[in-house]
Design a protein around this ligand. Structure first.
Ligand code: DQA
Length: 151
């Protein structure tokens, strides 16, 4: 049987991780995050794929593809679209897949406009403020949940 596929989706400006406001977002690059998630996924028996876009439509199209490509779980950092995008919310709802919402920073310690999320009420879990480690925690949770659901 093929390992369960996990889609990691990164929203706008996250391609600049490592260079962008490192005092807020840390010094780890997106390539480093993706590389370690693919490695951890292999250890956990998961097929981790990842996608980043600075465009709302690109992220929406990738979610539509996830409905048909065998994806079993999504880990998403919608970045600024967290606070603005009904369209991305509708697209993730349309997948009918479980997902974890991840933010590198603790959005609740920041500006008030970052306190609203269009995703959190649909998410299985929200991880905010653990830096790059938040993605790893999300992946471990997905692995545990998927193996519970199998039993
Ligand atoms: C972010 C928090 C958002 O408010 C911000 O727009 C981002 C990154 C985070 O990972 O902490 O781009 O999602």
């Amino acid at each position: 049987m093929n390992p369960p596929r996990i889609l990691i989706l990164h929203g706008p400006n996250l391609n600049l991780l490592g260079q962008r406001e490192p005092h807020i977002y840390g010094s780890t690059t997106l390539d480093q995050i993706n590389g370690s998630l693919v490695g951890l996924g292999a250890d956990l028996g998961l097929d981790v794929v990842h996608f980043q876009s600075n465009h709302e439509g690109g992220l929406i199209d990738r979610l539509h593809a996830a409905r048909l490509d065998g994806t079993r779980w999504i880990i998403i950092n919608p970045a600024a679209y967290t606070h603005t995008s009904v369209a991305l919310r509708d697209a993730i709802a349309a997948t009918d897949l479980p997902f974890v919402e991840v933010h590198l920073s603790n959005v609740y310690r920041r500006e008030a406009f970052r306190h609203r999320s269009y995703f959190s009420d649909l998410a299985v879990a929200v991880i905010s403020g653990c830096g790059a480690q938040g993605y790893e925690l999300a992946l471990r949770h997905a692995a545990a949940e998927l193996s519970n659901r199998k039993n």
